[in-house]
Every structure is written in C-alpha cells, then in structure tokens.
Design a protein around this ligand. Structure first.
Ligand SMILES: Nc1ncnc2c1ncn2[C@@H]1O[C@H](COP(=O)(O)OP(=O)(O)O)[C@@H](O)[C@H]1O
Ligand SMILES: [Mg+2]
Length: 234
C-alpha cells in the first residue's frame, strides 16, 4: 500500500534521514520505533508531504506522492495525526470533530464518522460540549485521532499517540488503535513505547539516527537482543 524507497532528507545542511526504505501492506499495523531524534516524525512528514525529500521515492497504491501537495495526499486517504495532538483548544469536542471533515467528499459521512468516534471513545461523547483545551492529555489524544478518522483514512499515520499519557490511557490508546485497524484502517505508527506498540504490530522497523537498522514482525522484534538492550532495559 505504502512504499518508501531510499529516502534521504535534510533540514538545511543537516541530513537526518539516510536511505530509509519501508513498506506497509494493506490491513497491517506497522510501527517505526526509535529514540528521540531518530527521525520518526520526519519520516511521517515526508509521507504527508509537509516536507520534501532530497532523494528517494514514496508511493501510495502505486501513485507517486512526490508529485502531490499535502492536501492531495489527504484526499488519497493518507491522514496524519500529528505529534503533540494540535486540537483546537477554543472549540468544543464536537466542533473539533466536525472540523475534521474539511474535505468535501467526506461531508456526507460526517454524522456517521462522529458516531464512530463516539463509539471508539465514549469519553468524547460524554464531553462533546466541553472545550478542547479543557480536556486531559489522554482525552486530547483521543480527540486528535477521532478528528483524523473524520477524513475516512485508508492509511492512518500516528505520531507517538502514547506520549505523555498516564499508564491507564496508554493501554487504552493501544487497544483502540488495534480496534481501528480491525475495522479496516491500515496504520503506520511511530512510537517510543516499544513494548506496547510491538505487541499490536504486524511488523516493525527500528530507526537509529536516521537509518533503518532492524525490521521484522512484532514478535521477532520483541524477542530481539538488540531491541531488548536498546529499548526494553534488559
Ligand atoms: N525543523 C527542524 N529543523 C532542524 N532540525 C530538525 C527539525 N525537526 C527535527 N530536526 C532534527 O532532525 C532529527 C530527527 O528529528 P525527528 O524526526 O523529529 O525525530 P523523532 O521524531 O524520531 O524524535 C533530530 O536530530 C532533530 O533535532
Ligand atoms: Mg517525533
């Protein structure tokens, strides 16, 4: 579904991605693991076309994303939920969700998508009239994912959805990601929470200073010595 090939990327003179190649098959949850500064967010930004690579290619269902603007990528069904959530704090939960169906073709599905978000996140239904800025970190994360779902994504890009959440919310968020996938949305997840994300992933890639150093199934990587040493404190 998604194929990244030999991707190089630099911020000005500083090269931060070095020949990244990875693929996501339809129906999968694929995780990109890596510590702070490894290049995870930059990889997703290249897919979303928020930045432009210096070399390499990215295709989605055969279409070359290198020719598209970021809004056209969204229209193809590739939707990023950004790190740090970025919901609208002065708008209610419901208004935030409605803002998610900014693409004309998704308008007819607006009500159904709101109901889907409320079913996945009952907390949001309870708080639908509350201002976004008054939600807890975990609730804001739910809202950001709910808003992403309003665009009928086929491939959902999630940037560190568990960051800063309490342990209870962390477990909950991973279960919901699994459920969204079960309902038919393919997921490319970026995470530092190695244990929880590998448990729900079909496959994963490990990124270190802008290079893919390991890949395998979730299970393989959970048992991998390097992963254990680098991330799981073993
Ligand atoms: N806007 C930017 N300008 C310059 N350097 C950046 C910018 N954003 C990130 N970087 C650098 O690029 C590298 C990769 O960052 P990032 O993709 O955000 O990593 P991760 O998401 O894995 O933490 C880091 O060294 C970071 O300092
Ligand atoms: Mg990041």
């Amino acid at each position: 579904m998604l194929r990244i090939e030999n991707l190089d990327f630099s911020y000005g003179d500083l090269q931060v991605l070095w020949g990244i190649s990875l693929e996501v098959h339809e129906g999968e949850i694929v995780t990109v693991l890596g510590g702070n500064g490894a290049g995870k967010s930059t990889t997703l930004k290249n897919v979303s076309r928020l930045v432009r690579p210096s070399r390499g290619s990215i295709t989605f269902e055969g279409a070359d994303l290198g020719r598209l603007e970021s809004h056209q990528v969204v229209e193809l069904g590739v939707v990023q939920v950004p790190e740090g959530r970025r919901i609208f704090p002065e708008m209610t939960v419901l208004e935030n969700l409605r803002m998610g169906s900014f693409i004309k073709s998704t308008r007819p599905d607006r009500q159904r998508n709101i109901e889907r978000a409320f079913t996945l996140f009952p907390r949001l239904a309870e708080r639908q009239k509350q201002l976004g800025g008054t939600l807890s970190g975990g609730e804001q994360q739910m809202l950001a994912i709910g808003r992403g779902l309003m665009t009928n994504p086929r491939l959902l890009l999630l940037d560190e959805p568990s960051l800063g959440l309490s342990p209870l919310f962390v477990k909950n968020i991973f279960e919901i990601i699994k459920e969204i996938n079960r309902q038919g949305t393919t997921i490319l997840l970026v995470e530092q929470n190695v244990f929880q994300s590998l448990r729900i992933s079909h496959r994963a890639y490990v990124l270190e200073t802008g290079r893919v150093v390991l890949s395998g199934t979730g299970e393989e990587l959970l048992g991998n010595e390097h992963v254990k040493k680098a991330f799981l404190g073993a």
